[in-house]
Design a protein around this ligand. Structure first.
Ligand code: ZN
Length: 160
C-alpha cells in the first residue's frame, strides 16, 4: 500500500511540476476564477463547451502542488466529457476526498453506464488528500471553479 501511495505522490508532483492544459483558452464559452483563502491558491478555469460536451478545458494560476496537480488532472479527465458526466465525476471525486473512498466502490450497480461516468480513474491518485482535511479545499478548488464557470458566473468564487 505504501508503494501505491508513493506512486500516487509521484503522479501528483509530476502534474504539479508539469501541469497539463496550463494556459488560457482563446475563445472560451465559460470562465471563472477561484481562490482558496486557506492556502492562497488562485486559479482560472477556461472551458469551451459545445452542446453538452466539454470540447476543451484549461487553467492558469498559482497555487500549491495539490491544487495545481488536481486542476491538471481535472482538465485531463474532463476533456471530451458530457456535462452530466462531469457532474458525476465531481460528485465521485468530492466523495473520495471527504469520505476516503470512491463513491462507486460500495455501489452494487457499478457496471451501469451511470457509474462508469463516475469512475475516477487517474483522479484516484488524489485519494490520500482525505487524510489531510486542510488540503481538501486545495484539491477541490479547480472543481468548484469549474462548477462556477459552468454557471457562467463571472465573479471570483471562494471555497470558504
Ligand atoms: Zn493549496
Amino acid at each position: 500500500m505504501s508503494e501505491l501511495r508513493d506512486l500516487y505522490q509521484e503522479v501528483i508532483f509530476e502534474h504539479a511540476r508539469h501541469p497539463r492544459n496550463f494556459h488560457a483558452l482563446g475563445n472560451p464559452s465559460h470562465v471563472a476564477r477561484g481562490h482558496n483563502h486557506l492556502c492562497g491558491d488562485q486559479l482560472t478555469v477556461y472551458l469551451h463547451v459545445a452542446g453538452d460536451v466539454i470540447e476543451d478545458v484549461s487553467f492558469e494560476g498559482a497555487g500549491c502542488a495539490i491544487s495545481t496537480a488536481s486542476a491538471s488532472l481535472m482538465t485531463e479527465a474532463l476533456k471530451g466529457k458530457r456535462l452530466d458526466q462531469a457532474g458525476k465525476l465531481f460528485d465521485s471525486f468530492h466523495h473520495m476526498l471527504t469520505h476516503g473512498g470512491a463513491a462507486t466502490e460500495s455501489n452494487s450497480a457499478a457496471e451501469t453506464d451511470t457509474d462508469q461516468d463516475a469512475a475516477l480513474g487517474k483522479l484516484e491518485v488524489m485519494a490520500g488528500v482525505h487524510e489531510f482535511p486542510a488540503r481538501v479545499k486545495c484539491a477541490t478548488l479547480a472543481w468548484h471553479t469549474l462548477q462556477a464557470a459552468l454557471k457562467n458566473r463571472v465573479e471570483p468564487v471562494s471555497t470558504e
